[in-house]
Design a protein around this ligand. Sequence first.
Ligand SMILES: [Zn+2]
Ligand SMILES: [Zn+2]
Length: 261
Amino acid sequence: MNFIKGSQYTRNDIWKSYHPDSGEKPKGGNWDTGYVVEGDDLIAFLNIDSAGRTGHDFANAYDSEKEEVTWFGKPNTHSSQPTFKKIINKELKLHFFARWNSKNTKFIYLGVGQLISFEDGFPIPDDKHTIKLTLSLSSANQTIGIEGVVDSGVDKTPSFAKKIPMLVNRYERDPNKRIQCIERYGYKCQICNFSFSDTYGELGNEFCHVHHIEPLGEVGGELNIDPVKDLIPVCANCHAMLHRKSPALKPDELKTLLKKN
Ligand SMILES: [Zn+2]
Ligand SMILES: [Zn+2]
């Protein structure tokens, strides 16, 4: 199954992609718990920094810099149980969905997890134990709408124009902050008004880059990042132009340049 990294899905949306002809998701089954297996796929639903409705979330965590997830099994699970054996033997494709507020019915798709390590017997409340897994969600060509390189413009040798990776702040990769920013502004570029979906149709649905306006040092740390004031949805062109200068241009500066030309 293919999901789009950084996009939001309800449990029902995901269920429907596995059961296209079966109407609504049944209530109270595995689909309402922390994870469910469908054929060779495992779909994990993570509550991060908030207690889940079933109370079975311990300290699930997502590190947006490393693109790593820390994920706990249900109580009393361990590596010799069939599902976890399959995970460790890499027989299941692990799809990670997360939400940062357990009241939100939508989860953000984080991507496919590759197991880095696991630990049995992790103590959890009520004298129980469970398995703790660490997984990587990064892969070379899967980023949250910010892939791409820009021409450095420094070395203009015609035959091999030099390419450098776009400098992307880690807060532009944090799926939670990113979604909060998009919920406020939508997917249109806030500098030139470009809409990927208007131009590319369905392919461009729910796509944009998200730019972090102030360098982190000036905002005062991760916890102070305000997704409405500090982040801004932009198109790929405007994003590249913002980062053509270092430190990056301010959005208003680029808007002014855009009007002049
Ligand atoms: Zn733009
Ligand atoms: Zn940026």
